[in-house]
Design a protein. Structure first.
Lengths: 257, 306
């Protein structure tokens, strides 16, 4: 069953049609990649799903609930988490604090109770720290827990971004170019990590330029060009699709066969 | 009075004035940190706190509470002033800033100036244009330490100011809401992406900042003995300078900036012509900004937002 469904979704910025009547289904427990040339509208799709801005038309549904016009924090509460292309860590917080912020959206204590430090809130806080440490352990960041996020090496900052997104306890994780700027070793680690996450039951929705990563782990690949879906299929099907080759390389470079 | 006594005396005076500037500066810096707006109405919120303080304190004095329940009286006075101004702060945010959150910064700034004038005039109409005397509850009784005379009121105010700042630091670093506030200040889009309710976080900032300003207002009233509808202006300028000096957006920066300005002002006035003390304060501010434009503890790069 599809968890996340986009129906006829368009986004217009002034005169630019960034996404044009997109239909997309992200099935539960799978790895789906969205690829396309620069400016094809991939990040715009993520931004609409996570409520950075609403779609101009069409509907986005998650587990049957419509997400259009919901604020990001409400969308995240439904179990969708994401990372951004550029690293957006809370730089002057420690690694542990970064993850804790993500976990807080799952706590029950309201604003007033959090201030009053009731026994319930204290217990919850202890639980949060335990969960955060467990998550950092899983992500291989445990020895950095008390470092400031800005002091981490690049690859680990990327990992922390994913850790923080996971802290919101999502069912679906949107990764926006997670391999950007990574060396081959780090990319290989990232592939392992994504597969490991999928095996825990998490749905992965990936926007990525690194074709080795995309073709290596995706179960479904969707191709966008000028905001429109031009192809969808298994990595093998996509690699042989003429429209896709054209979009990436231009008509002149079309393979002779 | 020998030199040790003079130095000690001036040091106490400097810490006293500095902590009041710091409390007010915190309001500027917290609001700026979270929505990048200079809340020009903050000086008026400070004054409003001073007025609530004088109204409540006068009433309690007439009821004889100052003699019978001294500590309780102080708690009520500070508590009510801070609570009232916290509500006022949230109201100001809701009416004047929230509707403009997605418009240009200039509109919000103009709205802040308008709010400042509105509140100032409101207080002038309701409280009159003349000075209003604060009941002197601490008396003039002073403790002598090494020849310096320090009044009980001064000690109380300094301790309370320090306690409030420590409480703020604990709140910001140890609590869930505090972490949400720091996260929002560092990257609003990302904070929202982690499930943080930005509106609530902004509301809480507009409660805490003005409440600290209100406490400073009551302190000024208690110490100087009078309040007036336009007293916020000069304190606003100094506290604003303190926030900039420390690095706007930085909470420890506001505390440090407040203290430095207090020290400069008192130090200058103690040994050199006091008419020049404000000039000196702002000269130091200009020098610091010339050498380090982001302020002493400020971050040099602001993060790009979607």
């Amino acid at each position: 069953m599809a968890e996340l469904v986009l129906q006829n979704v368009s986004k217009r910025f002034g005169g630019l049609l960034a996404v044009n009547k997109l239909d997309l289904e992200v099935p539960a427990g799978r790895i789906l990649s969205l690829i396309g040339p620069n400016g094809a509208g991939k990040t715009t799709v993520f931004n609409m799903i996570t409520g950075v801005y609403p779609p101009s038309s069409g509907t986005i549904r998650y587990k049957g609930h419509q997400l259009n016009h919901l604020r990001s924090n409400r969308i995240i509460a439904q179990g969708i988490a994401r990372t951004f292309q550029n690293i957006r860590l809370f730089k002057s917080m420690t690694v542990l604090e970064n993850v804790q912020v993500g976990l807080h959206c799952r706590t029950k204590s309201g604003a007033v109770r959090a201030l009053l430090k009731t026994p319930f809130e204290n217990r919850e806080e202890t639980e949060i720290i335990a969960k955060s440490l467990k998550l950092l352990e899983f992500m291989g960041l445990i020895e950095h827990r008390n470092d400031y996020a800005s002091n981490l090496p690049y690859g680990e900052q990327r990992r922390l971004e994913i850790a923080r997104a996971l802290a919101t306890q999502p069912d679906i994780l949107l990764l926006d170019e997670p391999a950007a700027g990574m060396n081959p070793r780090e990319t290989a680690d990232l592939m392992d990590l994504i597969l490991k996450l999928r095996d825990t039951g998490l749905t992965i929705f990936l926007v990525e330029h690194d074709m080795k990563l995309v073709m290596g782990i995706s179960e479904i690949v969707t191709v966008l060009d000028y905001g429109q879906k031009i192809a969808e299929g298994t990595p093998r099907e996509i690699q042989q699709n003429e429209k896709v080759i054209e979009a990436y390389l231009g008509t002149a470079a079309k393979a002779p066969n | 009075m020998d030199l040790t006594a003079l130095l000690l005396q001036q040091m106490v005076n400097a810490i006293f004035l500095g902590s009041i500037y710091a409390l007010i500066a915190l309001g500027y810096t917290m609001v700026y940190g979270i929505i990048e707006l200079i809340n020009f109405a903050h000086g008026e919120l400070f004054t409003a706190g001073a007025f609530i303080g004088v109204i409540v304190l006068s009433a309690l004095q007439q009821a004889g509470w100052v003699e019978s329940h001294f500590v309780l009286t102080l708690i009520i006075v500070f508590g009510l002033a801070m609570a009232y101004v916290a509500v006022l702060g949230v109201a100001v945010e809701h009416v004047a800033y929230k509707p403009l959150r997605n418009s240009s910064r200039l509109s919000a700034l103009l709205s802040a100036l308008g709010m400042s004038i509105f509140l100032s005039n409101g207080m002038m109409l309701s409280q009159g244009v003349s000075d209003r005397a604060y009941p002197q509850v601490f008396g003039l009784q002073a403790i002598e330490i090494l020849g310096a005379r320090i009044t009980k009121g001064q000690i109380f105010i300094i301790l309370l100011a320090i306690a409030l700042m420590v409480a703020l630091q604990l709140f910001v670093h140890r609590t869930r809401l505090g972490k949400a506030m720091r996260a929002t200040a560092q990257n609003r889009t990302m904070a929202r992406m982690l499930g943080i309710d930005i509106d609530q976080t902004i509301r809480i900032t507009f409660m805490i900042g003005p409440a600290l300003g209100a406490a400073a207002g009551v302190m000024v009233g208690l110490f100087y003995g009078a309040v007036r509808f336009d007293m916020g202006f000069i304190f606003m300028i100094k506290a604003f300078a303190a926030a900039i000096l420390g690095g706007i957006g930085s909470i420890p920066g506001a505390m440090l900036g407040g203290l430095i300005i207090g020290v400069i002002e008192v130090g200058w006035a103690a040994f050199l012509p006091s008419a020049w003390k404000d000039v000196t304060t702002f000269t130091v501010l200009i020098l610091v900004l010339y050498l380090k434009p982001s302020g002493l503890l400020g971050e040099s790069v602001s993060e790009v937002r979607v």
